[in-house]
Design a protein around this ligand. Structure first.
Ligand code: ZN
Length: 223
């Protein structure tokens, strides 16, 4: 009797969908997926692009939730995404500029928390589909000056829910307008597409080939 019950429960435990109808990938299946296809690897960007500047807002209280979401300040992305970023960094360096990353791969459970805090899906991803960040295929970033390490002036700060954050909103200041264009141009030239509501958010073209994951940074780091 107990046996039968256990057998009935096993598939549910392994393939259980969450309340939003998704089954995010956990560490063990992720490891197997990397063996099958090395492109699936979540690459630590600090190691892959030495010297890259990180300012991981969700590892601090300085984000729209006002709470610390990540225990570690890390930026990961799938291998082809990391390779594109490496090219962009090299291109920018020739101009005395560099990338600064606000967020990369984001565990699915963080997306659920964002949605349950702030129900407007204009700015937070629906947990029914998950975010491209959950697939390791989205980046929040800006450009900094290599010498001063200061961010180029943009229409708003990162994580702003104002309409000024929309890439389609006209900018009066020609310098700010030029900076936004520079960022979007270099990202789109290298295989990304800017979000319609956030000038700092870029989706990697081909994100559909990668699944939503729920693996935290500690698990990746210790893997
Ligand atoms: Zn984003």
């Amino acid at each position: 009797m107990k046996w039968t019950l256990a057998l009935l429960l096993i598939p549910n435990l392994i393939f259980a969908q969450n309340k939003y109808g998704l089954t995010p990938m956990k560490l063990e299946p992720y490891r197997k997926s990397v063996v099958t296809n090395p492109q699936n690897e979540l690459v630590n960007l600090e190691k892959f692009i030495p010297g890259i500047e990180l300012s991981i807002g969700y590892a601090t209280t300085n984000n729209f939730t006002g709470t610390k979401i990540y225990n570690l300040a890390r930026a990961y992305s799938r291998r082809p995404v990391a390779e594109a970023l490496k090219n962009i960094q090299a291109d920018l360096k020739k101009q005395g500029l560099e990338l600064k990353i606000f967020d990369g791969y984001r565990p699915y459970s963080a997306t659920v928390m964002f949605y349950e805090t702030y129900h407007d899906t204009t700015y937070v991803a629906s947990p029914h589909r998950g975010s491209k960040h959950n697939r390791g295929c989205a980046l929040d970033l800006t450009i900094i000056d290599s010498k001063t390490r200061k961010e180029l002036e943009m229409p708003t700060g990162w994580d702003s829910f104002k309409k000024d954050a929309w890439p389609s909103t006209p900018v009066a200041d020609p310098v700010v307008s030029k900076n936004r264009k520079k960022l979007i141009d270099i990202m789109e030239k290298n295989g990304f597409k800017v979000s319609t509501s956030e000038w700092w958010h870029f989706d990697f073209v081909g994100w559909q080939n990668f699944t939503v994951m729920d693996i935290d940074f500690e698990e990746l780091e210790n893997d």
